[in-house]
Design a binder for this molecule. Structure first.
Ligand SMILES: C[S@@+](CC[C@H](N)C(=O)[O-])C[C@H]1O[C@@H](n2cnc3c(N)ncnc32)[C@H](O)[C@@H]1O
Length: 249
């Protein structure tokens, strides 16, 4: 991802992190990890590092890994006591069986070959280690709008720009294919009703415009409608968040 794209992603991640229910979702992912104090956990695609800081607060030995050096620099700045390292989900900087836990939040969809990343997760996890995947399905945003057809186009076209847009609905199969045992899947719906979600909505339309899928005028009108909805307390978006977990064989 370009520096510009990472720069645009950061306010969206912050908006999601600060949205109602986000802290509870992260807490649920930590619960599913079942990490004991002192256990080694990796947060793959850690972004700006909030989960790493929160797990470290629970006395878990956690390393945040991200392919973007810009993300890792910001994570280090925000959470100076966290351990962060630039690395790739396909080739993690860990020995075989070194980790007791593997977490990837809003990451697997960004990978062209999720199965390869899951095979790498299996390699670094000890037998009995836990893996937790979270994220939304990029084909499934529910957004109220004055132009439902344009909204459909925006959601569909944005999904096309994602390497593996339907990865979240595939988590269970990916985990089973990687040999995971006791696979569980939960779906939690994020509900967004105020201006804090505008950066995400704006980015959806802007990205489609940048790819020529909609015109500048269409993007402008759609974003203006969402801004007006936020101003008048009529913004409504619902996003199913998939959370899948398994035990490494
Ligand atoms: C949408 S962000 C999510 C960040 C964080 N997990 C969160 O929940 O806020 C996806 C992150 O995955 C990282 N990423 C993308 N491809 C990666 C790869 N192959 N290996 C490691 N990280 C990757 C990106 O740089 C980005 O920081």
């Amino acid at each position: 991802m370009s520096n510009e794209a990472i720069g645009a992603l950061i306010p969206q991640l912050d908006a999601v992190d600060e949205s109602p229910g986000a802290a509870a979702l992260r807490a649920r992912s930590y619960e599913l990890l079942r990490a004991a104090r002192g256990a080694q956990v990796v947060d793959v695609g850690c972004g700006t590092g909030r989960a790493v800081a929160e797990l470290a607060d629970q006395d878990v030995r956690v390393m945040g890994i991200d392919v973007s050096d810009q993300m890792i620099a910001l994570a280090r700045e925000r959470w100076p006591y966290g351990e962060f390292c630039v690395g790739d989900a396909y080739a993690l900087p860990l020995e075989d069986g070194e980790a007791a836990g593997y977490r990837a939040d809003k990451v697997i969809h960004a990978l062209a070959d999720p199965g390869r990343a899951l095979a790498e997760a299996r390699r670094v996890l000890a037998s009995g280690g836990r893996i937790v995947l979270c994220g939304q399905d990029w084909d499934t945003f529910v957004i109220d709008s004055s132009d439902p057809e344009l909204t459909r186009t925006i959601v569909r076209e944005r999904a096309r720009q994602v390497a593996s847009p339907q990865a979240a609905r595939q988590y269970r199969n990916l985990l089973l294919d990687a040999g995971g045992r006791d696979v569980t899947v939960e779906v939690h719906t994020g509900v967004f009703t105020d201006a804090s979600f505008l950066p995400v909505l704006t980015r959806l339309a802007e990205a489609c415009c940048a790819h020529g899928a909609i015109t500048r005028a269409q993007a402008g009108a759609w974003i203006a409608d969402q801004r007006e909805r936020a101003r008048t307390d009529r913004l409504f978006a619902a996003v199913p968040i998939f959370m899948a977990a398994a035990t490494n064989p």
